[in-house]
Write a protein that binds this ligand. Structure first.
Ligand code: NAD
Length: 748
């Protein structure tokens, strides 16, 4: 039930306190004992506990206020200040209840990241929360902004929690391969029950105040200044002698009696079914489970140990690496300081095919009006039908409401006349992969758009400099390479052509983020970052088939690592004719893949390829015809087929693409190794907990990779790309990894 303080008591606290303009003496530990002035005329005496924390008393309510911009991170000064403030207010006989609130844009947003990897200075977060929880006078947390991780755990340590309607709160630790270490996995289940707590921690997503109230996390949601709504609730706590809703850690029986272990285990199995190979989900389950099987202190001790082990492990390291990689990718060194992204208030897409429709959905999803142009009404209708079908699937799945779909569809304007692009701030071309067609489109578009409109191509493999050559204003042109399905895949490679201006690049990066993508800068080369690397894996998948493996074995080698799909299943899904056409153009035959296409099998769309498919069912099944063809091709090539271990297949599939990644970063096609990792995580299904190919290379050890590549190069003399890249060899010789190389270059 939504508990609201009654209007009368609320308004008492919204009324300004009597004007007080006193001078208070700061404690000796702060300002060297100097006397400092109090705050403005409408507030009670404010005493600085230290530079971040102050207290004040209004009637019988004490306030602890944190002012630690920008996000009230829980650094040492905040923690020690809160503990000290609690002591003072508890010692003040006038105070009957305490409100904990923050100044600025948010309640405690989380830990202080500048303290990571440094020796801990007490009090720890756990000690501060314990002090709050053990306070003889009840504490009301008044939450606004975003209370995440330690910030949310601080609120959980308070016996009462209220929030403003816009507040959000959550425990995102699982996203970093951990669980909430400040008691979140013990206190939350005691407050809302273990099953709801389990869903909460496994999702890692913050919830809004209304949902938190419904879950039983909050005692009230009120509009107003945080200290005012906290005070209004404290009034009720005092006057109505409200019992703490938060189940105290001192009463473990309550958690145990509220739990249904078999229902909990069934839910845990369901929620973790898709997190094969990941340590953190299982660790979160185990931690929440301890909330009803062990006394609080024992569970906390085991939690601490378990979290330390996760923190030291490769998976959490990988996830933390990606957290920083995403922030770093937005930085493009070398651009003029005053260069700015241009505003994109409306967009246009040329080509309503597979990609064009998906890209239009991304803009509509971000509330940006978008025109979509195709040559014929028929092509346009087909494209819009596909868009509607995609939305219908999402509605069916419950990920979006019909009302939202209607709003988004209203933002997409189909047109057959290119004149419709006239007002767009950004035009993205997604027509056939044909240089002549693209050149004609861009030279025509340039005449139709406003000055400053950014023109972008979604080409996967054409030379962006050659496209730009068709333009009078090549500085406004960039590559924006989306991935299929464009409405789902997060990756966006922003490809810099030789003459792209800093503003055009920044605009593409900024709009990419706005439409929910992870934009990664790429230099211009055949395949850019991702497809250039994936080509090396495809070549090895073909070799594995020639040497003795069958498609299910090749795919299983990677799906067992956590890839959602193996490379051959992926090829069947995209259509085998695409790669065939590229190989023909480049003159690089793959004997088995080519033979499959030449036998009329193009993958899912023809019901067979590397695998066989039943009508209307995308499940890949072994294809005896293809297997026979594979064996025959090996014989024709004079290769004696042999058994291969899974470990060997993994190395043969992954090391050559890592090798190409090394060449790419060395040549400056990617700005940094961590950008390459983002490309693979967001565009090619590399499992997040494995951190991406360059991170994985560091974890594996570059010396081992170099040694294996030399063996592969020796047994495959017709593929010189298997020779280890100079950068790989150099770093391996120094005993270093890509992350050290990245750090040393960033520092230079
Ligand atoms: P598609 O064949 O599905 O769609 C192309 C659309 O462009 C068709 O609707 C066609 O009618 C339209 N078109 C052709 N000429 C046109 C013109 N002159 N003016 C307006 N519209 C025109 O192709 P797709 O798979 O969407 O690929 C489009 C582009 O995106 C290609 O450059 C491709 O390389 C690139 N791309 C594709 C993928 C993918 O997986 N499909 C991934 C990344 C990038």
């Amino acid at each position: 039930m939504r508990r609201r303080p009654d209007k009368a008591s609320h308004s008492r606290y919204l009324r300004p306190a009597p004007a007080l303009c006193l001078t208070v003496r700061a404690p000796d530990s702060f300002c060297g004992g100097r006397t400092i002035a109090s705050t403005g005329p409408d507030q009670a005496i404010m005493t600085q506990v230290n530079e971040k924390i102050s207290t004040r008393v209004e009637g019988d309510i004490g306030f602890i206020r944190s002012d630690n911009p920008p996000v009230n991170a829980l650094g040492q000064a905040v923690r020690s200040g809160v503990v000290e403030a609690l002591d003072r207010l508890n010692a003040d006989p006038a105070v009957k209840a305490i409100v904990l609130h923050c100044e600025g844009r948010t309640f405690f947003a989380g830990a202080d990241i500048t303290e990571f990897n440094k020796p801990r200075v007490p009090p720890t977060l756990q000690e501060m929360i314990l002090a709050i929880e053990n306070s003889p006078k009840p504490v009301v947390a008044a939450v606004h902004g975003t209370a995440l991780g330690g910030g949310f755990e601080t609120a959980l340590g308070c016996p009462f929690r209220v929030a403003v309607p816009s507040a959000r709160m959550g425990l995102p630790e699982i996203n970093l391969g951990l669980f909430a270490g400040g008691g979140g996995t013990q206190r939350l289940p005691r407050i809302i029950g273990p099953e709801k707590a389990l869903e909460f921690v496994l999702s890692g997503k913050p919830v809004g105040a209304a949902q938190a109230l419904a879950l039983g996390i909050l005692d009230a949601v009120e509009d107003g200044a945080p200290d005012a709504i906290g005070a209004a609730f404290a009034r009720r706590v005092i006057d109505e002698k409200l019992p703490a809703v938060a189940v105290s850690r001192r009463d473990d029986r309550i958690a145990a009696t509220r739990a249904d272990p078999s229902a909990f285990d069934a839910l845990a199995a369901k929620l973790t079914a898709r997190s094969k190979g990941q340590e953190a989900p299982a660790a979160n389950v185990a931690a929440v489970r301890r909330s009803f099987t062990l006394p609080f202190d024992e569970a906390m001790a085991i939690d601490a140990e378990a979290n330390r082990a996760l923190m030291a492990g490769s998976q959490s390291r990988a996830l933390r690496h990606l957290f920083f990689a995403e922030r770093e990718a937005a930085r493009i060194p070398g651009l003029p300081k005053d260069a700015r992204a241009r505003d994109v208030a409306s967009a246009a897409i040329i080509g309503a095919g597979t990609m064009g429709g998906g890209i239009a959905m991304c803009f509509a999803g971000a509330g940006i009006p978008v025109v979509i142009v195709d040559t014929t009404q028929e092509a346009l209708d087909r494209g819009m039908e596909r868009v509607r079908a995609n939305y219908a699937t999402s509605v069916k799945r419950g990920s979006i409401s019909q009302e939202q779909v209607d709003k988004r569809l209203a933002l997409i304007t189909p047109a057959t006349d290119r004149a419709a692009v006239a007002d767009a701030d950004l035009v993205i071309e997604a027509v056939f992969e044909d240089m002549a067609v693209k050149k004609e489109i861009f030279s025509d578009l340039e005449k139709r758009v406003k000055p400053g409109t950014v023109l972008a191509s979604n080409t996967s493999a054409l030379d962006v400099d050659e496209i730009a050559a068709a333009l009078d204003r090549p500085e406004d042109f960039v590559g924006m390479h989306f991935f299929s399905p464009a409405n789902v895949m997060k990756l966006l490679e922003v490809v810099q052509a030789a003459k792209s201006s800093p503003e055009a690049i920044l605009t593409a990066m900024a709009v990419g983020r706005k439409i929910g993508k992870v934009p990664v800068w790429s230099g211009n080369c055949d395949g850019f970052i991702g497809n250039r690397m994936v080509a090396k894996r495809s070549a090895q998948a073909e070799r594995l088939l020639q040497r003795g493996a069958f498609p299910p074995q090749v795919d299983a080698a990677l799906t067992k690592l956590g890839f959602p799909m193996g490379p051959l299943t992926t090829n069947d899904m995209s259509g085998l004719d695409i790669g065939y056409a590229i190989r023909k153009r480049r003159g690089t035959p793959f004997p088995i893949a080519d033979a499959i296409v030449e036998s009329g099998q193009l993958g899912q769309k023809t019901g067979s390829g590397y695998y066989r498919y039943e009508p209307g069912d995308r499940t890949p099944r072994p294809n005896p015809d293809t297997d026979a063809l594979i064996v025959a091709t090996s014989a024709k090539l004079g290769i004696e087929r042999r058994e291969m271990s899974e470990g060997e297949m993994v190395e043969r599939l992954l090391f050559p693409l890592i090798n190409e990644g090394a060449r790419i970063v060395e040549a400056g096609i990617a700005l940094r190794p961590s950008d390459v990792d983002l490309v693979w995580i967001n565009g090619y299904g590399w499992p997040r907990h494995l951190g991406g190919p360059m991170f994985h290379a560091d974890e594996t050890g570059l010396a081992h990779i170099v040694a294996r590549l030399r063996e592969f190069a020796a047994d495959t003399p017709d593929d010189p790309s298997l020779e280890p890249a100079p950068l790989l060899v150099e770093l391996a010789a120094k005993g270093q990894g890509f992350s050290e190389w990245q750090k040393s270059r960033a520092a230079a």
